[in-house]
Ligand binder design. Sequence first.
Ligand SMILES: N[C@@H](CCC(=O)N[C@@H](CS)C(=O)NCC(=O)O)C(=O)O
Length: 211
Amino acid sequence: MITISAFRWVPPVARGQVRDLRVRWALEEAGLEYRTRLLEQGDQDKPEYRALQPFGQVPVLEEDGEVLFESGAIVLYIGERSETLLPRAPRARARAVQWLLAALNSIEPHVMNAALLDFAYADQEWAKLRKPSAVEFARRRLRSLAAALGDKPYLDGERFSAGDLMMATVLRIKPDLIEDARLNDYVARCTARPAFQRALAAQLGDFRDAA
Ligand SMILES: N[C@@H](CCC(=O)N[C@@H](CS)C(=O)NCC(=O)O)C(=O)O
């Protein structure tokens, strides 16, 4: 049985955003059962957990003694067992990986940069000064992404893949950065998938149960 790590508690603003959501979503798409190992505050800094995740973050996936960290690596690992996530055809598969990496490398850092100014430093003078350029940089990336998506339902065309799963979770971090209706529709299309809805309900349910 697969076990994934998640936090028992996060502030309300982070609920529905914590990165184990990506893994839960991938597991739901793949039809794989899992259980959660919920971390108490402070557990992430204990040597036992650092041995699994060097940075003390969630998620970690454990299966049959194997351990994997980094949500991107975990989604790709799960994708090996799901043609929905990673198509078998080598070129389509490579493009799915390409979009997953684009989400993590080319979009997420800029979205997070803008998001943290609001979520973590909103009352600080330096953050107020930094915000307009950070928002503009992130939006420039999202405009390019919207142009690449065009009028297609998914980034690679007609088929949803692990690339869309990752991109949708990144775009959900700070939806007010999105200016193009096509990107909003894209996120809505991806997150309307029953697998996403089950994953979100499971993450929120764990927080509710722990309250
Ligand atoms: N690149 C990592 C990022 C994981 C990450 O940022 N996790 C957050 C929760 S969403 C976390 O554990 N934060 C606590 C910390 O960084 O100390 C991944 O995608 O798995």
